[in-house]
Design a protein around this ligand. Structure first.
Ligand SMILES: [Zn+2]
Length: 117
């Protein structure tokens, strides 16, 4: 992918006239390489896949961004857990530390009685 990209960009650059060709090469370099790498990194970072996203963006350009979007998140579970606790819809079981719905009287994970709030 990358060698093809370079070949493509270099050919376009030769076709250009002086500074315009140079600017075109820089522009394409930014659009086809730097931008997707940055976007993929940003998208991946939110799910603990920053480095993976960066590499995919660098090697696969915009295709890498699409790949990052469909990848299962590395820390998805932790994030969901934090969001549910913050939203107040779930609490942590004092016995097994699993998430249980707020107001539950028996933990569905360890079957022990939960203290009534
Ligand atoms: Zn429990």
């Amino acid at each position: 992918m990358i060698p093809l990209l370079f070949l493509f960009v270099a050919r376009l650059g030769q076709g250009g006239r002086g500074i315009e060709g140079m600017l075109l090469v820089l522009f394409l370099f930014a659009v086809l390489w730097v931008a997707p790498a940055a976007v993929a990194y940003h998208l991946g970072e939110r799910r603990g896949l920053g480095l993976v996203g960066l590499l995919l963006g660098v090697f696969l350009s915009w295709l890498g961004v699409a790949v990052v979007l469909v990848l299962p998140g590395g820390t998805d579970e932790d994030q969901v857990r934090a969001e549910r606790l913050a939203a107040g819809t779930h609490a942590v079981c004092p016995w097994c530390r699993e998430l249980v719905r707020t107001g539950a009287v028996v933990c569905p994970h360890c079957r022990r009685d939960l203290p009534v709030a």
